[in-house]
Ligand binder design. Structure first.
Ligand SMILES: Cc1cc2nc3c(=O)[nH]c(=O)nc-3n(C[C@H](O)[C@H](O)[C@H](O)COP(=O)(O)O)c2cc1C
Length: 311
């Protein structure tokens, strides 16, 4: 056997975490009949004939023994609206099922309501694998419904559905912008009514990311666009605004461009109250790098968690 290689566990975990996955809840009943469950992203389809799937439960799980003794288990693939359920099944120490709507399958295993797919399984094989195990299940039944799944990468949730909707061409006039950072400075543009992030009109049917990146390049700025940070409608103007987070690798000082220290953002004169709120929220969230996605209109909307650490 090779000697154990002294990787830094945090760095190795980060490297594993670069793999984009969905999120499932693994459920079963322990020998006392109590429902048990935990959140997992180690789910994989394995075989069609016979129909097999796998998941890797950690030996540290409080539910490990219960799962090991169960003859059947269930997998619920979470929808992109079910972040809170993922967090409950990853963290809560209370009765997880009391807080989450669920039903039971033909094997009396609980499955999560609203999941985009569920699999009822008979335990096929347990394979020992270091501090985890590989659990193979033979599928005895499944359900599915249309909808986008909850995504997970780099210790944070994401939703391809939301990203696509944010980047999709709409009937309305589209404005796309970027909150471009370079060190502790943020790029703003001086307009007639006040400051605003760098933004452009994006013609229908064109990619927001591509057009915005090119527009930044035309102003002498090399920047990489990251996640969508805020999407809102302004019905009075018939406009839809989308702002991305971005990092500038080669800054420049083009005409009308103003580099402002992040800490100064809440004290600037912005073109609209919505932009003032947006940039103040950004300054606040940038301190912990725990960014939320805003979806709504210019006055009211919802914040969605985009970075959430696993246990
Ligand atoms: C997105 C996500 C994916 C996870 N994937 C796994 C996994 O594949 N295997 C595992 O053992 N734990 C995984 N965990 C951690 C467990 O969900 C967590 O340790 C468990 O629910 C703790 O339960 P306990 O307090 O009952 O032990 C994951 C957590 C999150 C948030």
């Amino acid at each position: 056997m090779p000697d154990a290689i002294p990787f830094d566990p945090r760095t190795l975990r980060d490297a594993f975490g670069r793999f984009m996955t969905g999120v499932v809840v693994v459920t079963a009943r322990n020998t006392g009949g109590t429902p048990i469950g935990f959140t997992a992203n180690s789910f994989s389809s394995v075989s069609m004939d016979p129909p097999l799937l796998s998941v890797c439960p950690g030996k540290f799980l409080s539910t490990y023994q219960g799962l090991k003794e169960a003859s059947h288990f269930g997998i619920s693939i979470l929808a992109d609206s079910q972040e809170d359920i993922s967090n409950i099944f990853a963290r809560s120490k209370e009765d997880r099922f009391a807080r989450v709507p669920h039903h039971v399958d033909g094997n009396d295993v609980p499955l999560i309501d609203g999941a985009i797919a569920t699999f009822s399984c008979q335990t096929h094989r347990w394979i020992d694998a270091g501090d985890h195990a590989i659990l193979l299940g033979q599928v005895t039944g499944f359900t599915q419904r249309p909808g986008d799944g909850l995504g997970y990468q780099n210790g944070g949730y994401f939703s391809l559905g939301r990203e696509r909707r944010a980047a999709a061409p709409s009937a309305k006039h589209r404005v796309c912008g970027a909150i471009v950072e370079h060190g502790d400075q943020v790029l703003l543009e001086q307009g007639e009514d006040g400051l605003r992030p760098f933004q452009i009109d994006v013609p229908k049917g064109t990619s927001a990311r591509k057009t915005l990146t090119e527009a930044l390049q035309n102003r002498g700025l090399t920047a990489s666009l990251q996640q969508v940070y805020s999407v809102f409608d302004d019905p009075t103007e018939q406009r839809e605004y989308s702002y991305f987070l971005a990092r500038c690798t080669a800054p420049s000082n083009g005409e009308g461009l103003v580099w402002t220290r992040r800490a100064e953002l809440p004290h600037q004169q912005f073109a609209t109250p919505t932009l003032a709120t947006l940039l103040s929220r950004f300054a606040r969230e940038a301190e912990s790098r725990n960014f939320m996605l805003y979806l709504g209109d210019a006055e009211a909307g919802e914040l969605h968690q985009m970075t959430d650490r696993s246990t």
